[in-house]
Ligand binder design. Structure first.
Ligand SMILES: [Zn+2]
Length: 457
């Protein structure tokens, strides 16, 4: 049986424009024909037609920076400690389905607990569950100056963390070999930390020699390497070591850019977490105002240095750091398109190409997705409106008409009303120290006789 997909407008991601009145034919999930509707081979008995004559059709989007094991986490402890690893896998599958419904037919996960995202990947790929195609790393390899080493040194990086502490290149290489045995698609190294933590700052956790040794071994084992690198030093060492993808790149200097160009690295800026944090974090939140302030500084730098990389011909992947409380699954994944246009100087078509064709150059079986052309899988997004005129329409859920995996419209009735379980979240009790002075400030009255509430229910 063939499936005829009639498109009012079709953007294949191969070109910058969309064409009107096109038909796409898929057989066994793969595209066999794309062209003007009046030139399409005629359907025969048993063939089906999906009529999207009033809609805009484009390749399913790809988010290369989604963390399925995080669970819309409000704290690092939520991510690392408070849900069982088994629960995280089940929750992660549900989260993946939410991202799919938002129009993302493929995702990549750089840093997961244990092998949680590998399990989700395999459960979807085997056909047990509907979900996006998944490409994943294992735990992120980190050192004392990197992400995931948040806890007091006597605790270390717990085994349920999304990170694994490798204090030397030898330990890193041993971990890489283990992860490759477990079936990861790529290796993730947290080269530095975040901009807020003054203890770690943005010093690289590994020196050049250590970085090169780990990257060389991962490549020898046939795996790409993705690094978290915000600061100039981590970016430089990563690029010189020949990593495949640099996440963030916000404080890249000229030397770093030169090494990136020379070694053919991709950059995945991931502005969504930064911008959402600036836009949405509230004064009552634990990270306020430090984190939004740090992200303001980061955005100031990123919007200057990243366009330089683009001018130098560096290819940009598209990712969002989805999975935190400020970047929940399926809610803001399409907002990064807007940031590419606003901050990085992309046209809507170029932003869409980053989220489709360019991302496909990174993901597992990338020659089968990301572009609509004969031979590739018919992973498709159908929207009401023209994202080339206004890329923000992809953020409007009411405009997502259909999401197709291999030519088949996805039907997922997801429960929107999920209640967090008691053991899923960290044990946060009070946000203030209630001294007499504080109580008087919050509740009024004086410090000797504060106004009290009723003591019986
Ligand atoms: Zn991330």
């Amino acid at each position: 049986m063939k499936r005829y997909i009639k498109c009012g407008k079709l953007f294949t991601a191969a070109e910058d424009n969309a064409k009107a009145d096109q038909t796409l034919v898929a057989e066994d999930g793969r595209i066999t024909f794309i062209g003007p509707s009046d030139q399409a081979p005629p359907p025969v008995g048993g063939d089906e037609t999906l009529d999207y004559s009033d809609y805009f059709v484009l390749p399913g989007l790809i988010d290369a920076h989604v963390h399925l094991s995080y669970g819309n986490a409000q704290t690092e402890e939520d991510i690392d400690l408070f849900a069982s690893v088994e629960f995280r896998a089940l929750r992660g599958l549900y989260s993946a389905q939410r991202v799919l419904k938002a129009g993302f037919t493929s995702i990549a996960d750089p840093a997961t607990t244990g092998v949680v995202t590998l399990a989700i990947r395999d459960a979807i790929e085997s056909g047990m569950f509907i979900g996006p195609r998944v490409t994943t790393s294992g735990r992120q390899i980190t050192n004392r100056q990197g992400l995931s080493d948040w806890y007091p040194t006597f605790i270390g990086v717990p085994v349920t963390s999304i990170g694994v502490l490798a204090r030397t290149a030898e330990e890193g290489i041993a971990e890489i070999r283990t992860q490759v045995k477990q079936g990861v698609d790529f290796i993730k190294i947290a080269m530095d930390g975040d901009a807020m933590n003054p203890a770690t700052g943005l010093i690289s956790g590994y020196n050049q020699e250590e970085t090169t040794a780990m990257v060389t071994e991962a490549h020898r084992l046939g795996k790409k390497v993705v690094v978290h690198a915000r600061g100039a030093e981590a970016i430089l060492y990563s690029a010189r070591a020949g990593v495949d993808v640099i996440l963030h790149g916000s404080w890249m200097d000229d030397e770093g850019l030169e090494a990136i160009v020379e070694n053919g690295c991709y950059i995945c800026p991931t502005l969504s977490l930064v911008v959402n944090d600036i836009d949405f974090t509230q004064p009552g939140d634990g990270c306020y105002p430090g984190f939004p302030d740090a992200h303001r500084r980061e955005l100031e730098s990123a919007r200057i240095v990243l366009p330089k990389a683009r001018e130098a011909g560096v290819p940009f992947l598209y990712g969002t750091d989805c999975g935190f409380a400020v970047t929940p699954y399926g809610e803001w994944n399409a907002r990064e398109l807007e940031h590419y246009v606003t901050y990085l100087g992309f046209s809507p078509a170029e932003a869409l190409q980053s989220a489709t064709r360019v991302n496909a150059e990174f993901v597992r079986r990338g020659d089968e997705v990301g572009l609509l052309e004969p031979g590739r899988r018919a992973d498709i997004l159908v929207v009401d409106g023209d994202p080339l005129a206004d890329v923000r329409i992809l953020q409007d859920k009411s405009r997502i008409k259909d999401v197709l995996i291999e030519g088949e419209p996805v039907e997922l009735a997801l429960n929107d009303d999920i209640k967090p379980t008691a053991l899923e979240k960290s044990y946060s009790m009070w946000s203030n120290v209630y001294t007499r002075e504080k109580v008087a400030e919050i509740m009024g009255g004086d410090q000797v006789t504060p106004p009290l509430r009723a003591r019986t229910a």
